[in-house]
Design a protein around this ligand. Sequence first.
Ligand code: HEM
Length: 415
Amino acid sequence: MPATENAAVPDNLLEPSASADPYPVLRALRDADPVHWSEPHRAWLLTRYDDVSAAFQNKAFSSDRVRPLLAARAGRPEQPSTAVLGLMSSWMVVSDPPAHTRLRKLAAGAFKGQGIARMDGMITRIVDEHIDGFLRGSGPQDLIEHIAYPLPTTVIATMLGAAPEDRDRFREWSDELALVAFGAGGTARADRHERALRGLREMDAYIRELIAKRRTDPGEDMLSALMAHDGDADHLSDDELVAMCALLLFAGHETTTNSIANSILALLRRPDELDRLRQEPGLIGPAVEELLRFDGPIKVLIRWVVAETEVGGRTISPGERVHLVLAAANRDPAKFTDPDSLDLERGPNPHLAFGKGIHACIGAQLARMETRIAVSRILARMPELALAGDPQWKVSLASRAMAALPVTHGARRTS
Ligand code: HEM
């Protein structure tokens, strides 16, 4: 067991106060013990920018966490979550090379072919439809429920080529996947598992049907692009195609929702910056990078140690777990001047909100575009947008996520 020096530093990121505002705890950890063994988490917490950045390139840190779980269950009675682990086992995000290299290459080609830069019209239309619905309501309403939450799944379902009438089902499947994926350790109630699994079987059948259609009638959509290597020696099997669609839906949903919601909250709490962005909409590019640095959607990424390594003078041993604390690295004063201020023109801004290295977010360009368009349209169409209460933060290690963002949009409506 690792030595526990500096045990007095508060290091439980799951305390409700640390969920509401993790930054004071992270600052204290970075100052007092930047490579810290946390008993509550049974993991090392890396909080310095340089250490987190280097960890992305360190081969002693593995992302492969599902295959070992699945292997440990071999020969035991099947649990409901085993099916989900099976699906997740071919997700690139939980794979190491060479499996990762192959999956990433096949997916990257499909992303490139989609011409994300040309999608602004489609995304603006979807954002505006959701804002229209929001503006029809009055009084305090939840911006997450009505705009930030439905947007990413509608966009990815559209990109995958789902029919418009089916797009809402993608949102349900994404939630069901989250329920089982996060409950895979066995904490979720069995009946919730059963319900979630029914939904996932539905998703599996739906995507297989879509695959069969595209095989006879390929389109311009991303599923067709993922199937472009169908006849080649190295192509995605149907199981891998289903898993890839599920990953794209899952990885891009909560993250993009929180990117939009956290951005709007940060701006509403800083009226000067909010006014500035309204006056100078051309600032939206650097502003979104800064908002992702300042309060990005992912607080922590997890790695498993597969070889002895040293970080900041501490020896980290095989079998241990490491938490790369992006939220701390992105506010490290050794890297960012005045890191706790929101500076919409900050540049350069080498934040780690999308990770780095071989697993760096493959959807970053799409996520940036969705966030830019959503924030711009919300500010432009709701000139009287105001907070209607304190948001509640979810207690979560990995995500920086609000349960709801209650706002009012005032009386004026802008088209
Ligand atoms: C603001 C929104 C987003 C943020 C902050 C974000 C962040 C990240 C981060 C930090 C990673 C690295 C994970 C690791 O190293 O373990 C990652 C990977 C990934 N992201 Fe995103 N993401 C966002 C949106 C999206 C979207 C929209 C998609 C797809 C539609 C997506 C798909 C993926 C995939 C497939 C990976 C795995 C890449 C690999 O393992 O090679 N993400 N994302």
